[in-house]
Design a protein around this ligand. Structure first.
Ligand code: ATP
Ligand code: MG
Length: 531
């Protein structure tokens, strides 16, 4: 059985070459270990072999490859998987404990294995696995068998280490990818030619570009500005020499121009974005990537615009009634004039009405700020009589307007409901004041109630100017007034319907409106649960 030493050296070299080739051929770890094991067993004319690896996470051992052992017998080798400390220079020694275990295995597996050679696979200073080569019957290993196999064990260790590194990198890549994908901020990575290589989901939502469509395109194809709030955008900054060594980030903000072929268009047509570009440099000061972090500032900008509207509307709306009241009061106080009782009465009525307007406005503002602060609470009582509430609102408005005829139509048995009386009064005030304000030529205003088994409805119908269809979604928004001649002429903050809707919804009700089909004007209807 003894082969000439030269033969063995040649054979060893051939095996090593094959293994090296396999190492670079991206074979999977299992195939590679099998190849190494086969080479090891054949080189020393063994009968069978087995590679055992230490699992890094659990430190337990598992069989990673077998050769010459039928699969159903592999389990019998478990005694060899139990800890058997390895000491350097032990390869050739007969370790009594190992011999004992091997005998145990031989007995169970009935393979006639009698001797084992054990080689450690070492990576760094750690034993990461063991190669076993078994001999049967009376055959013995040649003296330098362990030495001959040493290079195979080294190759196996390298293969395992590479595979584990590869796996780690892959996992890290997956993890980073998931973080980018889940980030609430938009993230985009550009290569030095400004082509997009990463484009996450949040950014896709902001821009309307599908990641698959955006990746590979040039940055300027995707990021187009309608208007800029910062001095320059990325192309301009690059022209001006950005990034300088030790570069600062570049911040660009403005209104984003959505692409016509974006896969979806959001409700609001204005999207404000803020993008921070961070250059990634290599050791030679060359830019390898740009990482762009994108924030959606639309909500923030809207809030800002709303604040501005708020201030201008409020200052205007507060000023008007105050100056009317002041004007009338000043006139009435003149010492040199004697006012007829009719003029006196008329003037005082105007003062009273304007004071009411002021109170209403202040109430509305307070309610709106309560809604915003989240301290808007209803004071629910159980027997609210909507018919009575409506009658008293109608009476109040009836005396204010000579041009309108207000009628109230409720069935006799209209039920009482649960609700906040003061707030529901506010709702009626708002709807009635609108009905009057927006029917400048006068006409009939009909308020009618209907009872259903679970809920009641109340509608306010006017013969006014109506509401254009395309404006319908706007009128319940905060501070929104329709842009028509009448809105410009009449007073109002655009809070009335916003609050009305909030109050009705706080009662678990609904509010909507329709333009009348049998004549001009609008009918606003709300429904409230009976309990
Ligand atoms: P405020 O109620 O705060 O004094 P406002 O009446 O202008 O101000 P809303 O009651 O919220 O505000 O109404 C919003 C807008 O909807 C109005 O400016 C008006 O253009 C339109 N609108 C409301 N009610 C009617 C209606 N009955 N007919 C026609 N347009 C209406
Ligand atoms: Mg109003």
């Amino acid at each position: 059985m003894a082969r000439a030493l030269v033969d063995i050296r040649v054979l060893q070299r051939e095996y090593l070459l094959a293994i090296t080739r396999a190492l670079t051929a991206e074979l999977d770890l299992h195939d590679l270990l099998r190849l190494i094991l086969q080479a090891s067993v054949e080189l020393v004319s063994g009968r069978a072999g087995m590679i055992v690896l230490v699992e890094p996470s659990t430190e337990s051992m598992r069989v990673a490859a077998v050769y010459g052992i039928p699969p159903h017998l592999v389990d019998h080798f478990s005694p060899l998987l139990k800890d058997l400390p390895y000491r350097e220079g032990q390869e050739n020694e007969v370790i009594p404990e190992m011999t004992r275990r091997l005998n145990e295995v031989a007995l169970k597996a009935d393979l006639g294995l009698t001797k084992a050679l054990r080689l450690p696979m070492i990576s760094g200073k750690e034993v990461i696995g063991l190669i076993y080569v078994f001999q049967s019957g009376t055959y013995v290993f040649m003296d330098d068998a362990a030495k001959l196999l040493q290079s195979f064990a080294e190759q196996a260790a390298i293969a395992v280490k590479n595979a584990r590194l590869y796996q780690e990198i892959n996992q890290e890549k997956l993890r980073l990818g998931a973080i980018l994908e889940q980030s609430a901020d938009g993230v985009m990575i550009l290569n030095p030619a400004l082509h997009i290589t990463v484009f996450n989901r949040a950014l896709s939502q902001m821009t309307g570009w599908q990641p698959g469509d955006a990746i590979g395109r040039h940055h300027d194809e995707i990021v187009r500005w309608r208007s800029l709030r910062t001095d320059s955008d990325l192309p301009q900054a690059l022209k001006n020499g950005w990034p300088l060594p030790g570069a600062a980030h570049l911040y660009v903000e403005g209104d984003f121009q959505r692409s016509e072929n974006a896969y979806y268009q959001p409700v609001q047509d204005r999207v404000s974005l803020g993008i921070t570009y961070a250059p990634l440099m290599d050791g030679n000061g060359r830019m390898t990537n740009i990482i762009a972090n994108v924030r959606d500032l639309t909500r923030y900008r809207e809030e800002e615009a709303l604040q501005k509207t708020f201030i201008s509307v409020v200052s205007h709306e507060l000023k008007t009634p105050v100056s009317i009241i002041k004007g009338y009061a000043g006139t009435l106080r003149r010492q040199d004039a004697h006012w007829s009782p009719e003029i006196l009465d008329e003037s005082l009525a105007v003062i009273e009405e304007e004071a009411d307007n002021l109170t209403n406005l202040i109430d509305n503002l307070l309610e709106a700020s309560r809604l915003q602060a989240g301290t808007f609470n209803l004071e629910i009582h159980e027997d609210i009589n909507l018919a009575k509430l409506t009658a008293s609102a109608a009476k109040k408005f009836g005396t204010q307007s000579g041009k309108h005829h207000i009628s109230v139509e409720f069935p006799q048995d209209f039920p009482t409901i649960y609700g906040d009386e003061r707030r529901l009064g506010q709702v009626l005030n708002n709807l009635l004041s609108n009905a009057i304000k927006y029917s400048p030529d006068g006409g009939n205003i009909i308020i009618s109630g209907t009872a259903h088994s679970e809920h009641v409805t109340l509608s306010v119908r006017d013969n006014g100017i109506g509401i254009p269809k395309h404006e319908q979604h706007r009128i319940f928004q905060k501070f929104s007034r329709l842009d028509n001649a009448l809105s410009r002429k009449t007073e109002g903050t655009g809070l009335g319907l916003f609050l009305t809707k909030a109050i009705i919804e706080a009662h678990n009700g609904r509010i909507w409106f329709t333009n009348n089909t049998d004549g001009p004007g609008t009918t606003f209807t709300f429904s409230l649960p009976r309990n």
